[in-house]
Every structure is written in C-alpha cells, then in structure tokens.
Design a protein around this ligand. Structure first.
Ligand SMILES: [Zn+2]
Length: 442
C-alpha cells in the first residue's frame, strides 16, 4: 500500500518496532545485524503480508451493548437505548467493554483505532488500550446539551473540555507513543456553539485531532438544519472546527458545497457502511470523496449499531454500496483497501507512522492467510479483489503492532479471550439492570 502500489513476493525485516527492510533490501539489512540473522522468523507462506488495518471510527464503550439497541434510526437508537446504557457504565463495565472489542479487532487485523469513548471513565479505556498493545487515538465524548441526553452524560462545557485536556496530559504519547488523545465533541445535536468554538480554539492551539460525527442520518440532518439553520459541514466551517485535524464519521448527507468546504480545510471523513445500513442512515458516496481528493478512512462504528467489529466485512459492504450507487464508476478494490490502510492512516494524521509497509514506518503488520477454500482458486491473481470481496477477519493469521505480536493463529498475547467474554457477560448483566434495559428489541 505504498504510493506506487508495490505488490511483491519476499521478506520483511522488523527491528526495534520499525520496518527496516523489504524484499531485495532484506539480505543486506540482515547481514548488518549482530550475528547476521533475525532473533525470530515468522513463516508467512500462503499468506498476504499487509500493513495493519486502521479502524477510523469506533466506540469501544458500546461493545457490551451488542444486541441491546436494535432500533433503526440513529436518533431513536441514541435516545431510547444507547445514551442510557452509556450513562450506566462503571469503570469496570467500560473496561470489560473495551477488552471485548479489542479481542475481536486485534484478531481481525486491526492495529490502530480511532475511538470516541463516552463522557466518563475514559481513563479505564486508556488503561485497557495501553495494556492491549494496540495503537489508538481516543478521546472522551463531549456533550453539553441536547434532547434526550441523560443527566449523567451532560456536562458543563468548560468542565468537559478541561477533563479532556487533563486526559491529554495523562495519556498523550503514552505507551511509547502508541496512544494519542483527541477532542471528541459527539455531534451537533449534543454540543453548544460555545463548545464547538472552544474545541476549535483548543484543538488548534494544542494540535489535537477533532473527532466527531457528521451528516449521518436524514432525521439528524433535519434536526441540525432546524437547530443551526445550515448543514453540519457549513456549521463546522462557520465555527472554525474544520481543519486538517478534523475527522468526521459517516458523511452520508453532504452536498457539493459541504464537500468543497471539507476539501478546502483538508478535513477527513470516515465511511461506516455497516452502521449506516443497519440504522437505515443512507449510503455514503465515497467515490465522490475520492474525486474531491478528500482524506478518508473506514470504520465499523460501535458494536451497538454494527454488531460485527470486522473491517473486512466493512470493506466488502463499502464495495457493494459503491457499485450500487454508481455501476459505471465504483471504487476499485485497491481504493477500498486503501481506506483501511494508507488512506485510513492519512485520515488520522498518521500517514508517516503507519498504513503501508515501508522502511522507517512502525512495524504495524498483519499476515492474512489465503489458503482457505473460500478464497480459492484465483486468490493471488488480484490480491486487492481477494482481500476486499472474499477475505474474512478469521483469515488473519498474525497481528503485530510496533513489532510486537498481539495475535497469532488463535492465540492473543495481551488479552485472554475466554476470560474477557465471561467478564463481559457478567458486566453486561449489571449494565442492563442499571440502565433498566431488559431485552433486545430486534
Ligand atoms: Zn459513532
């Protein structure tokens, strides 16, 4: 996934967490090592070696809500279930929720996430992120107003921002630079104009990523129009929020002027096809983002609105949506895989760190087996097509972040999946009781 689209057969050498050589460069780099050989070798025959997947929009706090918030329509889903569940979280339930999500993500080849969190308990999420070994940008959701927002999630704007900055002081750059803290105002309907303006000012002053939701559903777009008399992108432009540090999830309901504003600011959008389909939010036209030259990524959103945290599933949904929207000019398989790798990294401002296999970048690497019958028989003719249209998360054989193996052939090195699942079931029971949500509404 480098700029010239190299596909080659060969070795990759990692040292001190960094990719030092590829292909033809490996023998010389090996010879220069003490002893002339690597400490450890991984056999990647019968597999694709790829940059680790970048997950551009996630709520780890919602993994425990999987199957509990089955409404369609974003605003009903938030107001009737999700916000009460988020307000009912404790430190221990949110940690369980984050661990459960990470078990699935890491085994599915995700090496970097952009997490929005909820209003409280972000330190508990941060501790899990640190321990898991994943690379992450995360923030606490900022909410200071809004219909249906429970008191437990509604903060005073100044206090909310101060607590985000104090997270930044504690965690930004932690875990050898793997963790980065963002500002995460949730969306227009839950934030005052004063808060947006403060976010814009503080974000610019400290160089922080601003992660939010943008133009996700038609009912939301109507409420936004009624509240601020403009589209989300125009409102963000007016408040000074759009910049090269802006990451907006969804971007389904954007017109030409919105896209032009986003492009002018060099802002990024993140496609969440599974969530958009499940909540009935609509079909984002990502090919237009590509035509406009917008920075862009892909994510699943939380497990409450997209029950699978599976980036391969998202890629195949994105592919099929693009073909349906424009049978004559859909996204190519390479453009799609780029959303989860090089483009996804650029969207998060991490293009120089990760997203492609190139010497000098962090060793965020995955090995995806291509010997399974569901990928045969033409699996190596066009790796992009195989990976986007046919591969599954379960084809991932190994996941490495900064040179550390986090998952290998059914074994996690930093998380214990059986214990994580059992703890999640116990914590989910307590959470349902506290939130007064008894059964799924599917
Ligand atoms: Zn979201």
């Amino acid at each position: 996934m480098d700029a010239s689209g190299t596909v080659a057969s060969g070795d990759l050498l990692v040292r001190d967490g960094v990719i030092v050589a590829l292909g033809a460069g490996v023998p010389a780099a090996l010879a220069a090592l003490p002893g002339g050989r690597a400490d450890e070798s991984v056999d990647a025959s019968g597999a694709f070696v790829l940059p680790g997947l970048i997950h551009g929009h996630l709520h780890l706090c919602q993994t425990l809500f999987r199957g509990l918030a089955e409404q369609s329509d974003l605003l009903r889903w938030l107001r009737e279930s999700v916000w009460s569940l988020e307000a009912a979280h404790t430190e221990s339930s949110i940690a369980a929720s984050a661990r459960l999500g990470l078990v699935e993500l890491i085994a599915g080849g995700v090496t970097c996430i952009n997490d929005m969190g909820t209003v409280g308990h972000t330190d508990a999420i941060a501790a899990v992120l640190e321990q898991s070994g994943i690379r992450a940008i995360f923030g606490k959701a900022l909410m200071d107003r809004g219909a249906g927002v429970p008191p437990g999630l509604c903060e005073n704007a100044a206090q909310a921002l101060e607590s985000a900055l104090s997270l930044h002081r504690r965690w930004n750059g932690a875990a050898d630079g793997r963790l980065q803290v963002s500002l995460a105002p949730r969306f227009i309907l839950s934030c005052s104009e004063a808060l947006w303006r403060d976010v814009a000012a503080v974000g610019a002053e400290r160089g922080l990523l601003v992660h939010t939701h943008l133009a996700e559903s038609p009912t939301e777009a109507r409420e936004v129009q009624a509240m601020v008399s403009s589209s989300a992108a125009r409102y963000f432009a007016k408040c000074g929020v759009l910049s090269e540090r802006f990451v907006g999830a969804h971007g389904v309901w954007v017109d030409d002027e919105d896209l032009a504003l986003l492009k002018r600011a060099d802002a990024a959008l993140v496609h969440c096809p599974g969530s958009n389909l499940k909540l009935g939010s609509g079909l984002a036209n990502v090919k237009r983002w590509v035509h406009e030259g917008l920075r862009r990524g892909i994510g699943s959103d939380g497990a409450a609105c997209d029950n699978r945290l599976d980036t391969f599933h998202e890629l195949s949904l994105a592919a099929l949506i693009s073909r349906t929207l424009d049978p004559g000019g859909y996204l190519t398989a390479r453009e799609l895989l780029a959303l989860a790798t090089c483009e996804g990294a650029r969207a998060l401002g991490l293009g120089a760190t990760t997203g492609s296999l190139e010497p000098g970048k962090q060793a965020d690497v995955i090995v995806v087996d291509h010997t399974a019958p569901h990928l045969a028989p033409n699996e190596t003719l066009d790796p992009y097509t195989t990976l986007v249209y046919a591969a599954r998360a379960t084809d991932v054989r190994l996941t490495m972040v900064a040179g550390r193996i986090l998952y290998r052939s059914g074994t996690w090195t930093t998380l214990e999946p059986e214990r994580v699942a059992s703890e999640a079931r116990t914590e989910a029971r307590g959470l349902r009781e506290r939130a007064g949500i008894g059964r799924a509404q599917g």
